[in-house]
Design a protein around this ligand. Structure first.
Ligand code: NAD
Length: 503
């Protein structure tokens, strides 16, 4: 039996329970259908078959979850950090034990290839371990002495928070947001993306089995415009950590205005990889290909714009075309697959629409530019060349395995093109000229920049974007800045003169 068939058989075992029960909400430690009784169907992008029904929740369900998170908050906040640390480590252990199930379900739910989802599941465990350790110092502050006072600062968890996640690598992203919230002492209401609800449910089960007290983490499924909206408007939810599209971030900011919601946004990107002629071109080629064609190109940090110095463009592009044409598109559970199907019909239609847009704008479709003629939302890895920076293919986030190559002559031109988009999440610079690297990274408008490297995540470093790519940072201590409030306490060290009014 091939690996693929064996994997499909295992997947069927993992999914059987969801076919029977659907994906229910989990509120205050209990399985709950939507109070209205409504459900929606969740289909696989691989062959469009029904995976399961999912609770279609609304305001009443969010309210129940927010009440549960509010009731659980004081005890969780006041639990010794050493205890919280143990629970978070146990969650990480549980993820590792169920990593195969998580990876297989994620592949089937999202269309992402197994080679990447296996790693994403384990990265979820790492996120919990990292913040488990940090829980011990989350409340630490400073000691700022003045002539009359001993000033101390401390941090306290902000309260119940809402976490809203997208469908690309939903498991890993959920852990990335929820682990620091729990480590900080916050309680959570999680609303996962409607297109990929399965692994959020598995994660929730792992957390409860690890001993997380009832109500500390609540899961409510549903659509953005009802469940998501209700979460952002709920008065007992103190902050919203959101990962998704820039225009959704803008809506959430408006929705949260009446309750003065604190927001943290990780949004879209149109990230440049800039290759200068003095770079190690073989490594630059590998990195550029990896950063756009891995994870189906459905990756916020993807290098979707390739800026090539004209002197090397011809040779570099020829090698690129050859490699892109060899990328293996196939079933996500086939271990040799490099690109799986896109998440759903609407997204597939959006990505495919750029094939015509590119041609009508005058670019060349140098590779791909077509869907696969088979069920499922498969597209060929695509490369557009002869593009100009003002074309839609160079400005808009396509969010698929589609790369737009643009040529430049000088460093100034490269910078102008790189910065000439509304986004500013990541940038990748390839040069062996150290001074140029320093100069260029200083002026590049991006929250995260790698020089002579693909995106290699180091958890203590800040993660986030500028411009339309986001507000706030995750990672290291930055996550706690969001999930906690700073508190200042001033203690008089003597009998300083207090102004005496009416004396
Ligand atoms: P999306 O914005 O459509 O949906 C994300 C989540 O928001 C879903 O759970 C959805 O139900 C919810 N939502 C939608 N409307 C809402 C509303 N009015 N109120 C509250 N919640 C609402 O995004 P998507 O299509 O699921 O994900 C892809 C996008 O996410 C891309 O733009 C990608 O770049 C971005 N992304 C960014 C990062 C990052 O770290 N910067 C990481 C991953 C994905």
């Amino acid at each position: 039996m091939s690996d693929l068939h064996a994997n499909i058989e295992k997947l069927n075992g993992y999914l059987a329970r969801f076919r029977d029960t659907g994906v229910l909400n989990r509120i205050a430690g209990k399985d709950e259908p939507a109070q209205s009784g409504a459900t929606f169907e969740n289909h696989s992008p691989v062959d469009e078959t029904l995976i399961c029904n999912v609770a279609k929740s609304g305001t009443a369900d969010i309210d129940a979850a927010a009440q549960a998170a509010k009731a659980a908050f004081p005890a969780w906040r006041d639990m010794a950090a050493t205890e919280r640390k143990k629970i978070l480590h146990k969650i990480a252990d549980g993820i590792v034990e169920r990593a195969e199930e998580i990876a297989f379900c994620e592949c089937w739910d999202t269309g992402q290839a197994l080679r990447f989802m296996s790693k994403a599941a384990l990265r979820g465990a790492e996120n919990f371990r990292f913040f488990a350790e940090r829980a011990l110092t989350a409340r630490d502050g400073q000691h700022l002495v003045s002539p009359t006072l001993m000033n101390i600062t401390t941090r306290v968890p902000i309260g119940p928070v809402g976490v809203i996640t997208p469908w690309n690598t939903p498991f890993m992203l959920s852990t990335w947001k929820i682990a620091p919230a729990l480590a900080a002492g916050c309680t959570v209401v999680h609303k996962p993306a409607e297109f990929s609800p399965v692994t959020a449910r598995i994660l929730m089960e792992i957390a409860e089995q690890a001993g997380l007290p009832t109500g500390v983490w609540n899961l409510v499924n549903g659509f953005g415009e009802d469940a998501g909206r209700a979460l952002t408007e709920h008065p007992d939810i103190k902050a919203i950590a959101f990962v998704g599209e820039s225009k959704t971030g803008s809506m959430i900011m408006k929705q949260g205005a009446d309750t003065l919601k604190r927001v943290h946004f990780e949004l879209g990107g149109k990230n440049p990889v800039i290759v200068f002629d003095d770079a190690d071109l073989d490594r630059a080629l590998d990195a550029a290909i990896f950063m756009i064609y891995s994870l189906n190109g459905e990756r916020c940090t993807s290098s979707s714009r390739l800026l090539l110095q004209s002197s090397i463009a011809k040779e570099f592009t020829a090698k690129l075309i050859e490699r892109v044409n060899r990328i293996k598109v196939g079933h996500p559970l086939d271990p040799t697959t490099e690109i799986g199907p896109l998440i759903h019909q609407t997204h597939f239609d959006k990505v495919c629409s750029y094939f015509d847009i590119a041609k009508s704008d005058g670019a060349t479709v140098a590779a791909g530019g077509a869907a696969l003629d088979q069920p499922g939302y498969y597209v060929r890895p695509t490369l557009f060349t002869q593009a100009k920076s003002d074309m839609r293919i160079a400005q808009e986030e396509i969010f698929g395995p589609v790369l737009t190559a643009i040529q430049f002559d000088t460093e100034d031109q490269a910078l102008e093109i790189a910065n000439g988009v509304e986004y500013g999440l990541t940038g990748y610079v390839w040069t062996n000229d150290l001074t140029r690297a320093l100069r260029f990274t200083n002026s590049l408008e991006a929250g995260m920049i790698w020089v002579n490297s693909e995106n290699v995540r180091h958890l203590p470093t800040p993660f986030g974007g500028v411009k339309a790519s986001g507000i706030g940072r995750d990672g290291g201590d930055w996550s706690f800045e969001f999930y906690m409030e700073q508190k200042h306490i001033g203690l008089a060290t003597g009998q300083h003169a207090i102004p005496r009014l009416g004396a």
